[in-house]
Design a protein around this ligand. Structure first.
Ligand code: HEM
Length: 399
């Protein structure tokens, strides 16, 4: 008889920021448990912080999504994971080599140098919001505008192309999308990058893509198709996630006036508040997937070679063994050790950039619009639960 729970679990609509009650139950009772996916694939779900970190840090688990047992949440997600997946879905040594090409641009020092440009982008986006007039939907204005402009500046994507990029991002992460639509969106974006790379080969600029073209493509070390796949990854990974976190973060601050007061009074505390937000929200809501390359004893079970595993980041970030009253948003706690950016060799390369964007957005928007408030009752806020990334989908505010 088949009794395995079906995964992914649904969140309780009354507590949209909390992981599903089922995942909490598993964390308490069976922290490494078998679950069943949409395609019948039976995989191990890891729900405690220690096990999640151990699994993500263990090279015997592969991130290669072309493996037939690689866990996915739907036909659309399977399609997304196998189209131009780039180094996010590769193992060492290729992953290490490709990641290294980008790592140098995302150092804290480079991100610190970008801060004035990010500040100008944030100010411009708030000017546009003010010009549009109260009330506005944060999810259609500030939240996407900032990361889109930042990433397009880094990768030299012209502003006129941003709507196209945003549409690809939304289609790509929709769990219920048609697989053909996901495939087409990602192929279109790949073709777009091939054209941009060809243009930059003729006419290099001062952007990151031009630098990689000069250092790697012109010297024959990297094919332009490989650079296109990597550019796709960085563009899509850096855009939607940060937009979702800006919207969720503004809602969390509006719901927690003490925390808002804290960052207004002392902006030096904003980074700690952001870490608590990342922990509390864990937007990569269904977790990170891997496949065992060999038999591995972990978390009290034996995962057999070829079996799929899932690290539930949102559950690990609510682990009682790690945090006192984990379901409570508490900016006084030490939250920096969370796994909202993943863990191990694939840990988010863009975390310093995301942190800088979030900090500048929250500090600036509440300084310039100190009376910013929800324009609808909290219960009327809309959420997007059917995507890989949890988010607020409509956030009407006024000032
Ligand atoms: C709040 C915002 C963000 C969140 C929550 C987030 C989350 C994550 C997570 C959980 C992973 C690990 C995936 C895995 O192990 O399978 C990851 C990887 C990655 N992220 Fe982010 N991310 C954010 C922002 C960004 C930004 C701004 C960029 C770049 C501009 C970026 C680029 C990447 C890349 C390239 C990877 C792949 C790293 C690798 O495979 O070695 N992310 N991100």
């Amino acid at each position: 008889m088949d009794t395995l729970p079906e995964y992914p679990f649904k969140r309780d609509a009354r507590c949209p920021f909390d992981p599903s009650p089922q995942v909490n139950e598993l964390r308490h009772e069976r922290p490494v448990a078998k679950v069943k996916l949409w395609d019948g694939n039976e995989v191990w779900l890891f729900t405690r912080m220690d096990d999640v970190r151990a699994m993500l840090g263990d090279d015997r688990f592969s991130a290669d999504s072309h493996h037939p047992n690689y866990p996915t949440w739907s036909a659309a997600v399977k399609q997304q994971k196998t189209t131009n997946a780039s180094f996010l879905r590769k193992d060492k040594p290729v992953h290490t080599a490709e990641r290294r090409l980008w790592q140098a641009f995302f150092t804290p020092a480079n991100i610190a140098a970008l801060r004035p440009a990010i500040q100008a982008i944030v100010d411009g986006a708030i000017d546009d919001m003010i010009a549009a007039g109260s009330p506005v939907d944060i999810c259609r204005t500030l939240a996407p505008a900032v990361p889109a402009a930042v990433i397009s500046k880094l990768l030299a994507v012209p502003e006129k192309d941003l709507d196209f990029v945003k549409a690809v991002g939304v289609t790509r992460t929709g769990i219920g999308e048609k697989p053909e639509a996901v495939h087409k969106a990602l192929v279109d974006l790949h073709d777009y990058w091939i054209k941009r790379i060809d243009e930059r080969l003729q006419n290099p600029g001062d952007d990151l893509i031009s630098k990689l073209i000069i250092a790697e493509v012109k010297t024959g070390r990297v094919a332009r198709e490989e650079l296109a796949a990597m550019a796709n990854l960085v563009l899509l990974a850096g855009f939607g996630t940060t937009a979702d976190m800006i919207a969720s973060g503004i809602l969390i601050l509006l719901r927690n006036p003490e925390s808002l007061q804290q960052i207004k009074a002392d902006p030096l505390t904003t980074p700690a508040v952001i870490d608590e937000m990342l922990r509390y929200t864990s937007i990569v809501q269904h977790g990170l997937a891997r496949v065992a390359l060999q038999d591995v004893e972990i978390g009290g079970v034996t995962v057999r070679a070829g079996e799929g595993v899932v690290a539930h980041l949102a559950s690990a970030n609510r682990d009682e063994a790690m945090y006192v009253e984990p379901d409570h948003f508490d900016t006084q706690r030490e939250s920096r050790f969370h796994v909202a950016f993943g863990s191990g060799s694939h840990v988010c390369i863009g975390a310093p950039l995301a942190r800088a964007e979030l900090q500048i957005v929250f500090d600036t928007v509440f300084r310039r619009l100190p009376d910013l408030r929800l324009a609808v009752p909290f219960d009327a806020v809309k959420y997007r639960l059917d995507h890989t990334f949890f988010s607020v989908s409509e956030l009407m505010v006024e000032w």
